[in-house]
Write a new protein. Structure first.
Length: 293
């Protein structure tokens, strides 16, 4: 895909998402509990790639849907992702002081407010889906999918397995399962939600899931590599935090991880054969494979 066209679409999607998220808490800024909404807003608008939201919007577009009507769905996924980051950074979880180049939420607003801000964003995520101007059956299907992929059978379940494995040496299968749930489940939800918002077919849903599974594995593997090789200034967070954790780098080594990323990225691209207009997603997949932050 032409680089200018790719960059323009990325910028368009990110701008729409940022604008929506920035405005979603405006009506609560004068509320007596504004410290909570200030905390929510702080993390929600702290930047980031908006990858999951962009995946929702692009899958909606290539399935013939109305991207503007899918925006509340995309932003709901971003709210849910942000809640997970706030909670991940807490001292009882990963104990990270930096996120996206800024002090983590709990360093600014305190641990209790950070927990509550995450709780509120999780709740608001489903409210955002419910506000989408889409047929009721699509909204119900979207809510059911997101709750499954974000809860105990998905992201949260993966976080539990990750924490439980910190004092253990996990097998290859166990590490794959952790990351399939902790990282991959929400990426899969994003891709499939775009198809649902557009009223896509079961074939398209299945293809989106295959794409997401491969992309999620490549994305997490690159994350593991960046924790070892990355520049903390570019990444906006500390590196070397996963030295003693069960990661793909610890399991395979850096060289093998590079080959795994290449393999999974190709699998993701092959899954896009079910869609007529997938150049943007192909380009996105390749760029994520070599990202530096």
């Amino acid at each position: 895909m032409d680089e200018k066209l790719f960059s323009a679409r990325m910028a368009e999607y990110k701008s729409a998402v940022d604008k929506y998220l920035d405005a979603c808490l405006l009506d609560t800024q004068c509320a007596s509990y504004h410290k909570l909404t200030d905390s929510m807003h702080y993390s929600l608008t702290a930047g980031g790639k908006r990858l999951r939201a962009i995946l929702v919007l692009e899958f909606c577009r290539i399935c013939g849907g109305d991207v503007e009507k899918a925006l509340p769905v995309a932003c709901g996924v971003e709210m849910l992702h942000t809640y997970s980051l706030i909670h991940d950074d807490l001292p009882v979880m990963d104990n990270d002081d930096l996120r996206r180049g800024k002090p983590s939420n709990h360093k600014v607003f305190g641990e209790a407010n950070a927990v509550l801000a995450g709780d509120a964003l999780l709740t608001a995520a489903f409210g955002s889906l419910a506000k989408a101007e889409l047929p009721a059956d699509r909204i119900c299907k979207a809510v059911a999918l997101l709750s499954k992929r974000a809860g105990e059978c998905g992201m949260v379940g993966g976080q539990v397995l990750d924490l439980a494995g910190e004092q253990l040496v996990l097998t290859e299968e166990e590490i794959y399962n952790v990351h399939r749930l902790k990282t991959g489940a929400l990426i899969s939800a994003a891709c499939q939600l775009g198809v649902i918002a557009a009223g896509g077919t079961q074939e398209q849903l299945d293809a989106a899931d295959r794409y997401a599974e491969a992309l999620g594995l490549a994305f997490q593997t690159r994350d593991d590599m960046l924790d070892v090789l990355g520049d903390s200034g570019k990444m906006g967070k500390a590196t070397g935090m996963d030295e003693n954790k069960n990661t793909f780098v610890r399991l395979y080594g850096v060289g093998a991880c590079s080959r795994l990323i290449e393999k999974e990225t190709q699998k993701a691209i092959e899954a896009l054969g079910a869609f007529e207009d997938s150049d943007f997603l192909k380009e996105l997949s390749m760029k994520l494979a070599i990202r530096e932050c």
